[in-house]
Design a protein around this ligand. Structure first.
Ligand code: ADP
Length: 381
């Protein structure tokens, strides 16, 4: 291998994000996004990937550049098959395609991204980095739902967890902030973006996470309900007359903060709360209540918590969410410093008091860097 650069591709359902990272000097020579796939001039994912290739070529950084060592692809679902990043072969592509029923919105776009990139540069090593992989260490007691075992196994119904790339990166960065080896630190990671999930990481190993079979379970999110009594679905079907599709749309797109108050952006909710808006206040309170429940639960799961890390759009930017989530938890050894918490900064930082037994931190996530690093490690091994 000659080059030191990795192109990271994140092919989502309606967009392709890309970043070119240089692992030798840490620079990012190019990044961008192709949006609204299927709606306008960009007909499909193949066209979007070609546009990415063209944008890179226009900057003299094309896929044929000798500095390019590999392409790293974000893949949402690795099932139980992929517990580590995988060097992409025809067999790996087939295996990812077989997982499409588990992630019908995401894996097809990921597969297309891989196929187009391979067609453009067949000789270049490409690596799949899975959103589920970091959670593959979760013990059976936490990964299994308490349903009939044969049915669960036949249909792959279990906790997989998502946002794993972020949870892995943030838990390691939190240990680094404390000047410790990840093996010495027990961390609760709160990834609060539009999608939101939390994980319990013991000594660098994930032991529990809030998303499950799909990214719907767990915390209250921008438009997703998170935890709900599954019998609510039967009720909406039998009594409410809703179809499976309608209930799917309700829980994934018309729930969460948006369902509760009409807004899914925490900035807007904060503004409305400032004007005394009751619906926005209730949405915020429900969001915080769920978050605190998980912090309590994961404290019991871990037994000893050394650090709590806030990350992603809300976690990195909303001092109000962090303050409310951590309020009155001195019995848990958690004390947030109001001044540190209110400080706006894009860097990794502690927001707990000097006397807080648990370190509370804001740790900006960097999924692209994690994907590039794992990709580079694999191809240079
Ligand atoms: P995703 O990657 O899941 O789309 P992000 O991690 O980018 O989401 O988070 C997006 C969310 O972050 C927005 O919907 C908004 O609620 C929140 N957010 C972004 N900036 C701020 C801010 N300054 N204050 C509060 N919330 C913010």
């Amino acid at each position: 291998m000659n080059g030191s650069r990795v192109l990271v591709l994140n092919s989502g359902s309606s967009s392709v994000k890309y970043q070119l990272l240089d692992m030798a000097d840490g620079s990012r020579p190019a990044f961008g996004i192709v949006e609204r796939i299927g709606e306008g001039p960009v007909a499909d994912h193949a066209a979007a990937l070609k546009q990415v290739a063209d944008e890179l070529a226009a900057q003299g950084l094309g896929l044929d550049s000798p500095e390019l060592a590999a392409v790293g692809h974000r893949v949402v679902h690795g099932g139980t098959r992929f517990t580590e990043p995988a060097l992409i072969t025809d067999e790996v592509v087939e295996e990812i395609e077989k997982l499409i029923p588990l992630a019908p919105l995401h894996n097809p776009a990921n597969v297309t991204g891989i196929k187009v990139a391979r067609a453009l540069r067949p000789d270049l090593p490409q690596v799949a980095v899975f959103d589920t992989a970091f959670h593959s260490t979760i013990p059976e007691a936490a990964a299994r739902y308490a349903i009939d075992v044969a049915t669960a196994d036949r249909w792959g119904v279990r906790r997989y967890g998502f946002h794993g790339t972020s949870h892995a990166y943030v838990s390691r960065a939190t240990a680094a902030l404390l000047g410790k080896d990840p093996a010495e630190v027990n961390t609760i990671v709160l990834h609060l973006g539009n999608g939101a999930s939390t994980s319990a990481v013991r000594g660098g190993v994930c032991v529990e996470t809030s998303m499950g079979l799909t990214p719907l379970e767990g915390l209250v999110m921008g438009t997703r309900s998170g935890d709900i009594d599954p019998a609510a679905i039967f009720h909406l079907s039998r009594v409410g007359g809703m179809s499976t599709e309608e209930i799917d749309t309700l829980l994934n797109k018309r729930s969460g903060l948006a369902g509760l108050c009409g807004d899914n952006d925490m900035r807007e909710i904060g503004r409305r709360m400032g004007e005394g808006d009751q619906a926005a206040q209730l949405a915020f309170d429900i969001y915080i209540h769920r978050l605190r429940k998980y912090v309590g639960a994961y404290t019991a799961v871990l037994g000893r918590v050394d650090a709590i890390a806030f990350t992603a759009g809300v976690g990195e930017n909303s001092a109000a969410v962090r303050e409310a989530a951590m309020r009155d938890l001195t019995a848990f050894g958690i004390e947030v410093d109001g001044v540190r918490n209110a400080l706006r900064s894009a860097t990794t930082r502690l927001i707990s008091t000097e006397s807080s037994r648990v370190a509370v931190a804001v740790v900006p996530t960097d999924e692209e860097l994690e994907i590039a690093g794992r990709t580079f490690d694999l191809v240079s091994a």
